[in-house]
Design a protein. Sequence first.
Length: 243
Amino acid sequence: MRAYAIGDIHGHLDLLRRAHDRIAADIARHGPAPVIHLGDLVDRGPDSQGVIRFLMEAEAHGADWITLKGNHDDLFTRFLRDPAAPTPGLRADLSWLHPKIGGAATLASFGVRAAGDRPVAPVHAEAQAAVPPDMIDWLEARPTQHWLGDCVYVHAGFRPGIPFHRQTETDLIWIREPFLSDNRDHGALVIHGHTALDSATHYGNRVNIDSSAAYGGPLTAIAVEGQDIFVLTDQGREPLRPA
């Protein structure tokens, strides 16, 4: 069973469009298949609003695309609902508007300027006025995992040793350890992002395709054939094998 997946986008609409161009070229050779976006649509990059609109409009026009929820997407909607509410998974000394997280860049794409340098109350009021309610609803409704064939697609990973149906949303969108160091067979090949790397890496039981678009790296798109993984380039497919 074939599918395509795209890693963490982080507000880079230009990279997302080019990733879809590579997928379209592969579909022209191999036939149609669903495209799964692994979340983190927003923060740090220059056009989070454009990324969300691009995905929403494609879905509205019937594209066979699935968009998962990432922790940054959750941080965005939580801020819009209540900036004072605690956020499971986020360090207590950080907030969505902290420079390390990148929320101010997201709000800038909606016309809310200098969000990280002003009091939270007026920034929150401006953000609520600027971000369309249907966009907030769409982001909140994103699924946290998607099963297809022999693979499961998720933003961050799973809590090892806990059945898939009992996983918490916090783990699915935030977890690193003990997931990253667990080399057991999870019952499916886990395809995820969240932990930024220099390039997509196959670990045997999981494949991480967050190639650091948030930090100036490329945005990875892969083709999945059963459990065979191929990175899509402008020249075509490159096999990605377990390290």
